[in-house]
Ligand binder design. Structure first.
Ligand code: SF4
Length: 386
């Protein structure tokens, strides 16, 4: 393999998993279920000569179906699920006084998880226990969805299309569910591998149509879409935390101060403080591991204090991920990120807690955020040793 030098996650090997996916598609005993992460839609069209507004997620879903996937979903759905769990967890840890000394950190970026475990092991307990949207979706596919379509978890083969090389390692995380012990996710392909598959299937981009995600995990909010850009997880979580506290929605853009349009300004850190009634929440958002180290050292020296911190290993967040198309010397993370903010602005649904398919799934399966079942399937305890 070739070493991906622009990937901040370290000496990751470029692993090609497209053959694994083709074999699963060819296996009649497998039900192949695909999810596509938010950031992928901002970049896949670059290599296929499509304009940003032509290269929709609906066309990726269509391509996956035409290549033989049985069901296709948008990870935006499970980003909303992550917000339900992580937002609830944050408010619980915050109100119980657990974050007085140190903040809670987001946990959806495997590059960051690897970094904190090796460099700041004493901070690992500050991580949210919520699994990432990729892993939560895999868990829901092999339980709730498998039940719905009357197939056993063993028959479900979960594939995710990610902007990220580190997600291939995150996949190793285990899922235990009754008799089933296996993985949430069976194969991860990057945006580049997706493009390779579309090419080898001889699908011409001009023939792709916008296809909706399958039911019953169809809806996704604008809050879920911005997970792919730095600041997005924090903003989505705050929109819902506000609702959980006040029982009414804030204006959808009330928390846009956490966006950091110039990722490299202010050492890559966007700080913001919000008052929700008499509750004051101090937040910081950082991307890039060099910036992250500087921020953690400041926190450790007591120079700054936050309640909730979002960290993404790649500068600009997943839009700039190591699995995205590479253009020599051209930094596209900013434009790709703006694309996601634009999709959020145009979305009918701006709040994760208003995703009706998520609410139905809680009603029928997970009960409520942080329930026993949610803990078993949607959370994980991070431990120091990898
Ligand atoms: Fe992967 Fe996104 Fe983290 Fe980069 S920021 S390592 S693309 S999860």
């Amino acid at each position: 393999g070739q070493c991906i030098t622009h990937c901040p996650v370290g000496a990751l090997r470029e692993r090609d998993d497209t053959e694994k996916v083709w074999s699963a598609i060819a296996d009649k005993n497998k039900t192949v279920v695909v999810q596509v992460a938010p950031a992928v839609r901002t970049a896949w069209g670059e290599e296929l000569g499509m304009k940003p507004d032509e290269a929709t997620v609906g066309k990726i879903l269509d391509a996956c179906k035409r290549m033989g996937a049985d069901y296709v979903f948008d990870t935006t759905f499970s980003a909303d699920l992550t917000i339900m769990e992580e937002g609830t967890e944050f408010l619980k840890r915050f109100t119980e006084g657990e974050l007085k000394e140190r903040p809670m950190f987001t946990s959806c970026c495997p590059g960051w998880i690897r970094f904190i475990k090796s460099q700041y092991p004493h901070l690992v307990r500050q991580l949210s226990t919520a699994k990432s949207p990729q892993q939560m979706f895999g868990a829901a596919m092999k339980t709730y969805f498998a039940d719905k379509i009357g197939v056993s978890p063993e028959q479900i083969y979960t594939v995710s299309v990610m902007p990220c090389v580190a997600k291939k390692g995150e996949r190793e995380m285990e899922l235990f569910h009754g008799e089933y012990a296996g993985h949430d996710i069976d194969a991860v392909i990057t945006t580049r591998e997706l493009v390779k598959m579309i090419r080898s299937a001889h699908i011409s981009p001009g023939t792709l149509k916008d296809r909706e995600s399958d039911r019953p995990m169809q809806q996704g909010s604008g809050a879920g879409v911005i997970f792919g850009v730095t600041g997005g997880v924090m903003e989505a979580a705050l929109r819902s935390a506000y609702y959980l506290l006040k029982k009414e929605n804030p204006p959808a853009d009330a928390f846009k101060a956490v966006r950091s349009p110039e990722f490299q300004a202010n050492d890559g850190v966007a700080e913001a403080e919000f008052s929700i009634d008499d509750v004051k929440v101090r937040t910081a958002v950082v991307s890039g591991l060099g910036n992250t180290r500087a921020l953690l050292d400041k926190i450790e020296r007591g120079e700054v204090h936050y309640d909730f911190v979002e960290v993404m290993a790649c500068p600009g967040g997943c839009v700039g991920g190591g699995g995205q198309p590479i253009h020599d010397g051209k930094e596209l993370a900013f434009d790709r990120g703006q694309n996601l903010y634009c999709l959020d602005e145009k979305a009918q649904l701006r709040f994760s807690h208003e995703n009706e398919d998520i609410l139905v799934m809680y009603q029928e399966y997970f009960e409520k955020p942080m329930s026993h079942k949610a803990h078993m399937l949607l959370h994980t305890e991070h431990v120091n040793a990898d």
